[in-house]
Design a protein around this ligand. Structure first.
Ligand code: SAM
Length: 280
């Protein structure tokens, strides 16, 4: 393994600070610093950006980012046991790493930074979807971030990039692709993590679009797709009956067959339907 920095290997850091993985915090650590450097390299302007990393743990991804020349990283970690390990990294890279002991669920990205903001995380699986949904639906668009580079369980990653008609296509595919471009940049076997989880993972890079792909009101679209996919096997005229008055007429007005199912509609069709709902 090539040396990324001259700090001890992550396995030694875990041992030194007795970081026994806690399930409640979704802790599965990456040990291979070549791998974390590879994830870091997926962001082309690390040296001209502010990086926010959620859940740095013992610092594997943080070290990958710093060794790849990230100018400034802010890390938010809930587990106090990880702070001394992260402090060692910040001493190794003076002035480049800011450590916040806190909860990512309540952390607000500051929008006053002049540099582009890129968010990285090997997300704790138990709060991954909540954080993603929050980042995808800020009070105003475009959001404070330019890209999100996130490790997910493989199945969830596939859902984010899924196309209409596939079994993976759903609420998160639409809400992600409506205003961003998601792509899978790396697939990882579960053996890359310690402790080893039951499922494989994938890193998704989500690049925001300046404008939504199709105009629609976010709250209307979000409620609509939630209702539609709540009963994905049913025809839309049934699943949306309680949500849209005169459902058949409204679907036809949007050029949608009332017999279509949730997974049949494109993002554009959902946006058109959301617009018609708002005009009523
Ligand atoms: N980034 C490290 C790596 O790749 O090896 C650790 C990833 S581990 C899957 C998830 C990390 O998120 C853990 O360090 C955990 O303590 C932290 N975490 C869990 N919930 C959090 C929260 N609400 N806010 C901030 N960090 C959290």
């Amino acid at each position: 393994m090539a040396t990324i920095d001259t700090l001890p290997p992550i396995s030694a850091v875990i041992k030194k600070y007795e970081l026994n993985a806690k399930k409640s915090l979704g802790q599965n650590f990456l040990l291979d610093l070549n791998l974390t450097a590879k994830i870091a390299r997926s962001c082309k302007d690390l040296a001209k950006s502010t990086i926010i990393e959620i859940g740095p743990g013992p610092g594997g991804l943080t070290r990958g980012l710093l060794s790849e020349n990230a100018k400034k990283i802010v890390v938010i970690e809930k587990d106090a046991r990880c702070i001394p390990a992260l402090t060692e990294i910040s001493e190794f890279y003076p002035g480049r790493l800011e450590i916040i002991k806190g909860d990512a669920l309540t952390y607000q990205i500051s929008s006053d930074t002049e540099l582009p903001v890129h968010i990285f995380s090997n997300l704790p699986y138990n709060i991954g979807t909540t954080l993603l949904t929050k980042w995808l639906d800020p009070p105003e668009w475009p959001p404070a971030w330019s890209t999100l580079t996130l490790m997910f369980q493989k199945e969830l990653a596939e859902r984010l990039i899924a196309q209409p008609g596939s079994k993976e296509y759903g609420r998160l595919s639409i809400l992600t692709q409506w205003r961003s471009d998601p792509r899978i940049i790396l697939r990882l076997s579960s053996k890359e993590f310690f402790p080893r989880p039951k499922v494989d993972s994938a890193v998704v890079q989500i690049s925001r679009l300046k404008e939504p792909r199709f105009p629609a009101k976010s709250s209307t679209l979000t409620k609509l797709v939630a209702k539609a996919f709540n009963q994905r096997r049913k025809m839309l005229r049934t699943s949306l009956k309680s949500h849209i008055p005169n459902v058949v007429e409204t679907l036809e007005k949007a050029n949608i067959l009332p017999t279509n199912r949730a997974e049949d509609l494109s993002i554009e069709q959902y946006c058109n339907l959301a617009k018609i709902i708002d005009q009523k």
